[in-house]
Design a protein around this ligand. Structure first.
Ligand code: APR
Ligand code: PHB
Length: 390
């Protein structure tokens, strides 16, 4: 098989890039390790910045997102028994975010790929990129007993944090930067009316908590837990009791609890690999960088990678202009690091660190007090939360 751009990974990054390129007449093949059902069962975050939403519309898959996604003009930070609002719209001169589950977004992307007869190969086993340091790279994979080869001009690694793309780059040609946090988030999805129409990020001496939502009838709640905890340690009743203890009284009192329909623990990690390109292999999204979920940057950090790559590949194929491909890693990393900084800052501001000193605690308190006493500090938070320009 031959294609122009071979994409490893059928998550949001890989699907969006293949859809955008297809619409500009560029051939792609997406190789996804799992079944479509498996990919669509994963529950991930749900806050989209407008840059990502604009790409979805450009890819002609934004209709349901625009119909069912909720525009949020602000969110709350709860601390010391009160909640204070961050008015995103006012602080950014009109910008907002869209709350729309990543599962739904991935479903829209698959449907978009189907409509255009895009090639997405599921259950592709043992995918491997080859010869990407030459001008003739290719991919191989197995499907049952069949071994398949896909020749291509470029390989794009969109295969997430545990994917094969980054691992195929010689170790001495790249550098990894990492911070692992000493806690995780226990998340619960529940078919209940969300306690607040806008997100509440809460900091409390017992730990961080977040009240989020997917729709007017579907709540998504999180609490910070030690990494040694497992889901079995947390019955629904225990989870809601702990969540309520970490929220201001009026919020806790208004909370409707109900059985969980999903419950999982995610460790928090910051990670970046540099460069994001090796020869004809380009990394994008979680394959190159991940953030703790606190600043809602996960998918939004992938957005700029896809934007830069999309335009770089279109310039290559339509204008024989490779400037975008040459500058990809540098440009992508410049924005990636800003997302890293913001996610780290919000995580540090709102969580309880097991090893923090009394001095560290005072700094955290002062950071919060400064934030809500300075419109400029709040504006900085807001501009990062809605997404910096590409
Ligand atoms: N071969 C083929 N596919 C693979 C391989 C492999 N060796 N390894 C992983 N994959 C697939 C995964 O099954 C997954 O569907 O690659 C896909 C990667 O998708 P994501 O992990 O969702 O990463 P990405 O598309 O970059 O999405 C960005 O934003 O909100 C965050 O972490 C969240 O997933 C989200 C990310
Ligand atoms: C979520 O709804 O899952 C969510 C929202 C905001 C975050 C993280 C997760 O910062």
């Amino acid at each position: 098989m031959r294609t122009q751009v071979g994409i490893i990974g059928g998550g949001p990054s890989g699907l969006l890039l293949s859809q955008l390129l297809h619409l500009r007449g560029i051939d792609t093949v997406v190789l996804e390790k799992h079944s479509r059902d498996y990919v669509l069962r994963r529950i991930r975050a749900g806050v989209l910045e407008h840059g990502f939403a604009a790409l979805m519309r450009e890819a002609k898959v934004g209709e349901r997102m625009d119909r069912e996604g909720q525009i949020h003009e602000g969110f709350y930070i709860a601390h010391d028994g009160i909640k204070e609002r961050v008015n995103l719209k006012e602080l950014t001169g009109g910008n907002t975010v869209i709350v729309y589950g990543q599962t739904e977004l991935t479903r829209d992307l698959y449907e978009g790929r189907d409509r255009l007869d895009g090639i997405v190969i599921h259950n592709a086993e043992d995918v491997k990129p080859h010869d990407f340091d030459t001008s003739r790279p290719y991919l191989t994979y197995r499907q049952g007993v069949d071994a398949v080869r896909v020749d291509c001009d470029y390989i794009i690694g969109c295969d997430g944090f545990h994917g094969v793309s980054r691992q195929s780059i010689p170790k001495d040609k790249m550098r990894e930067y990492e911070r692992v946090y000493p806690f995780g988030w226990l998340g619960v999805l529940s078919r209940t009316r969300p306690v607040s129409p806008e997100l509440i990020y809460a900091t409390h001496e017992r730990g961080f908590a977040l009240c989020s939502l997917r729709s007017p009838t579907l709540s998504r709640y999180y609490i910070q837990v030690p990494l040694t905890d497992s889901v079995e340690d947390w019955s629904d009743a225990k989870f809601f009791e702990e969540l309520q203890r970490r929220l201001p009284e009026d919020v806790a009192a208004a909370m409707i609890t109900g059985p969980s329909i999903e419950k999982s623990i995610a460790p928090l990690r910051s990670f970046v690999v540099e460069p994001m390109r090796f020869g004809r292999l380009f990394l994008a999204g979680d394959a190159a960088h991940i953030v703790p979920p606190t600043g809602a940057r996960g998918l939004n950090s992938a957005a700029s990678d896809i934007y830069y790559l999309y335009h770089a590949l279109v310039d290559h194929y339509t204008k024989r202009d490779d400037a975008g491909l040459e500058s990809y890693s540098r440009r992508a990393l410049a924005r990636v690091w800003k997302g890293q900084r913001f996610s780290w800052w919000m995580t540090a501001l709102l969580h309880r660190f097991p090893d923090s000193s009394a001095y560290d605690r005072r700094l955290q308190e002062t950071d919060l007090a400064y934030l809500f006493s300075s419109q400029k500090a709040l504006a900085s938070l807001a501009e990062n939360y809605v997404g910096l320009p590409f």
